[in-house]
Write a protein that binds this ligand. Structure first.
Ligand code: ADP
Ligand code: MG
Length: 197
């Protein structure tokens, strides 16, 4: 993109908003709604998602569990500099990163810090904890760097309380990352959460 078109966008002061919560807490749905409002306000928004998230048919879009979607670009092994380059070339002023726990931890932290310094509003959404309640990828780090934090909760599928954890139903492999939706995971509260062997 030419320099003139980059200079006409609305960037002012860089900012990081982090949206964290378990699966089914409405993170992606919130992002889709934010894109709609930001666009109507005249902002230009780029959604970036990791290739690993291939649920609901994958493709160049983010998809919520209740089937709302928004166009996205897919990142798969690019360097931090290349990701920043894609953002610069897109002419946006707001950058959304969904499923941020799936990106390489150090790489995505660097991307966020560079973009913030350049004046972008970055909105990162992701799981704070994995199914064992261990910190998941860069989400906890980004929460520490955030200017704004939004913590979302789901409904515990065992007792109906507020759910802040994700349970891997029936175990599966011991790997931290095993991509899935309601076929593999449920949202649960602190008391009901279990880790299966
Ligand atoms: P996230 O990106 O945080 O996984 P989504 O925005 O994709 O969440 O999906 C949220 C939607 O998931 C809700 O609006 C609701 O329709 C559905 N849902 C399914 N299970 C639950 C649950 N246990 N608690 C809350 N919402 C749930
Ligand atoms: Mg999601």
């Amino acid at each position: 993109m030419k320099k003139s078109s980059r200079s006409s966008i609305k960037r002012s002061k860089g900012r990081l908003t982090v949206i964290a919560g378990p699966m089914f807490s409405g993170k992606t749905g919130k992002l889709v709604a934010m894109v709609d409002v930001f666009t109507r306000m005249g902002h230009r928004v780029l959604i970036v998602k990791p290739k690993l998230d291939d649920r609901y048919g994958g493709g160049e879009a983010i998809h919520s569990h209740d089937h709302r979607s928004s166009r996205a670009i897919i990142v798969d092994g690019e360097s931090a500099e290349q990701i920043v380059g894609k953002v610069l070339d897109s002419g946006v002023d707001k950058v959304i990163l969904d499923e941020v726990q799936f990106f390489d931890r150090e790489k995505i932290k660097k991307v966020v810090q560079v973009l913030k310094k350049k004046g972008y509003h970055v909105i990162a959404a992701g799981l704070l904890y994995d199914y064992k309640r261990q910190p998941f990828g860069a989400t906890p780090d980004l929460l520490g760097l955030a200017d704004e934090q939004l913590e979302l909760f789901a409904v515990c599928q065992k007792c109906g309380s507020l759910a802040m954890h994700t349970e891997r139903v029936g175990g599966g492999s011991a790997k931290q990352i095993e991509v899935g939706a309601a076929d593999k995971y449920i949202a649960v509260c602190e008391k009901c959460h279990k880790v299966y062997k």
